[in-house]
Design a binder for this molecule. Structure first.
Ligand code: NDP
Length: 277
């Protein structure tokens, strides 16, 4: 059945791949992001693209009003927009950390709050939140990013219980390493911030290891995650969580069944291995 779908972060990576695929499946897709010029392909494919900064409440209001005016409903909200802020806690300002939370949590929450009453009146809907394996496991220097994704996990679990009786499903997606613009954004300013601090050497090594890993083409394609989202949309009884992409299942398995100590050993040995290769 044709659904009206709103997806954030549709200008690149997972969001773009998912938007294009959902259009091919015959759905009415609204892709939103700040870079409108990066969503021309969504328009060419028969979808809608709207400029929206998730930090601007008025932008969000306008998007929701436009969809309701044109379609009178929203069947699926895919909260995908997000970025990773990497670096030592000591060197990241509280303003940068707040921005990380504003994009990955509060912007997403504002949009979700606008969509809930619409879905409640429809007595149906799916809210799909893009978490990460990083919502359950942690990596060096990712404190603020992991904090937002851990928060999203708990927030989504509570919301699921709140909205169940209204016929609204809340679903979490937990990707592993996916090849997108995420890695470029994540290392942006990370090393500069650390210059002259005790973290400089470690962060330079992390940047080098990350660049080399991606230069070798490591990471799953965004379509791995698109398939999971489509599965969740098509299911009458969706799972609470869908996991996929490089490292996600083994990392979650180790943390769950062997505990934090073993998990930390595993992650540090992976990083050492990546540095040597
Ligand atoms: P990309 O960097 O390729 O895409 C991020 C998207 O978020 C872009 O479309 C960007 O659009 C949008 N975005 C960022 N900031 C804002 C903002 N202020 N307002 C509106 N949109 C914004 O990364 P991915 O596709 O990889 O990331 C998508 C999601 O997947 C994120 O939530 C990320 O945390 C998660 N994820 C990614 C993993 C990976 O390895 N790639 C692993 C696990 C989770 P624009 O700049 O045009 O506004």
């Amino acid at each position: 059945m044709k659904k009206v779908i709103l997806i954030t972060g549709a200008s690149s990576g997972i969001g773009k791949d998912t938007a294009l695929s959902l259009i091919k499946h015959g759905h009415v897709v609204y892709g939103v992001a700040r870079r409108l010029e990066m969503m021309k392909d969504i328009i060419h494919a028969g979808g809608h693209a709207i400029k929206m900064d998730i930090l601007k409440e008025r932008n969000i209001d306008d998007v929701v009003n436009q969809i309701i005016k044109e379609q009178s409903r929203v069947d699926v909200l895919i909260n995908n927009a997000g970025y990773g802020l990497w670096g030592a806690v000591e060197t990241i300002s509280i303003d940068e950390a707040k921005r990380q939370f504003d994009v990955n949590i509060f912007g997403l929450a504002y949009l979700t709050k606008k969509i809930i009453p619409i879905m409640r009146k429809q007595k149906s809907g799916k809210i799909i939140n893009m978490s990460s394996m990083g919502g359950k496991v942690y990596t060096p220097f990712g404190a603020w990013y992991h904090a937002t994704k851990y928060a999203l996990e708990g927030w989504s679990d509570c919301l699921r219980i709140e909205l169940k009786s209204f016929g609204i499903d809340v679903i979490l997606i937990e990707p592993g390493v996916i090849k997108t613009e995420f890695q470029d954004v994540m290392m942006d300013s990370t090393v500069e911030r650390s210059i002259g601090t005790p973290y400089e050497k470690k962060l330079k090594a992390l940047e080098k290891a990350t660049q080399e890993m991606y230069a070798r083409g490591i990471g799953s394609p965004p379509s791995t995650i698109t398939k999971l989202i489509i599965k969740a949309i098509n299911s009458h009884n969706p799972k609470r969580r869908y996991v996929g992409g490089l490292f996600a299942k083994p990392m979650l398995f180790i943390k769950k069944w062997f505990g934090d100590k073993m998990y930390e050993k595993a992650i540090m040995s992976q990083i050492k291995k990546a540095k040597k290769e």
